[in-house]
Design a binder for this molecule. Structure first.
Ligand code: DGL
Length: 244
């Protein structure tokens, strides 16, 4: 199956990695919009313009389905995109909400981008005690590997979540700093990566290939990709989309 996957940058690779592990025979086309990130501070109109360009590109590569590996796009414009395109579109937030509502966890903490928190997707659909924390600083710091600043913000963002039994990484970039987050949290708090929730939804056929495209590809992105994907059989290239 040929599947398109996209995000604002390297965050969606945490989803891609999981998909490749579970469905290795599929042909993956990944698009990371590194030129326009972060998405977390964008308006719905801007997100729609970026996502439409990316989906048009993925469709031009003959994908059979698109996975929005971005919490911000999933939470803000999923319905608009589903109405606009005939192709199957999967998001990352709905399976996460399903997982949370069907779990035994009672006190839920959610770390997400500002745009995701402002969309109220979690607060309107989770029937449990929830606390949400918008983490504006994380995505740019994760993309630029600024470890000491990340530590500083982890203390600030986790401060009010120590009484939770589940903490949801509501942005696909955050699993990239999971080790750092775990150091600040009591061991009995479960930290949930949204990629864990999408298991079991896809088919698995094809020649098993991975093509990665980024709107801005520099040495930093190349290094991040090789650190995140611990396999080497991928092709990486820069691809600017026409009107952004
Ligand atoms: N990884 C994305 C998300 O899940 C994008 C975050 C951003 O670019 O601000 O929300």
């Amino acid at each position: 199956m040929r599947i398109g996957v996209f995000d604002s940058g390297i965050g969606g690779l945490t989803v891609l990695k999981r998909l490749v592990k579970d469905y290795p025979n599929n042909e993956y086309i990944y698009y990371g919009d590194t030129k326009n990130l972060p998405y977390g501070d964008k308006t719905k109109e801007e997100l729609l313009a970026f996502a439409s360009n990316i989906i048009d590109f993925l469709i031009s590569k003959n994908v059979e389905a698109v996975i929005i590996a971005c919490g911000t796009v999933s939470s803000n414009i999923l319905d608009i995109l589903k109405n606009k395109y005939n192709i199957k579109i999967f998001d990352i937030i709905s399976p996460t909400i399903y997982y949370i509502n069907n779990s035994t966890y009672k006190k839920i903490g959610i770390l997400a981008t500002e745009a995701t928190v402002n969309s109220k997707i979690f607060s309107n659909n989770i029937y449990k005690n929830i606390k949400e924390v918008p983490c504006k600083a994380f995505v740019p710091l994760i993309e630029s590997n600024n470890g000491s600043e990340i530590d500083k913000y982890i203390k600030i963002y986790l401060k009010d979540l120590t009484d939770r039994d589940l903490i949801v990484l509501g942005c696909t970039h955050y699993p990239l700093i999971k080790d750092k987050l775990l150091k600040y949290l009591n061991k009995n708090i479960k930290v949930l990566d949204m990629a864990e929730c999408i298991k079991g939804e896809f088919e698995n056929y094809g020649v098993g290939s991975i093509n990665l495209y980024f709107s801005k590809l520099d040495d930093n992105v190349i290094k991040n990709v090789s650190n995140i994907l611990n396999f080497t059989n991928y092709k990486l290239q820069e691809k600017k989309l026409y009107n952004f």
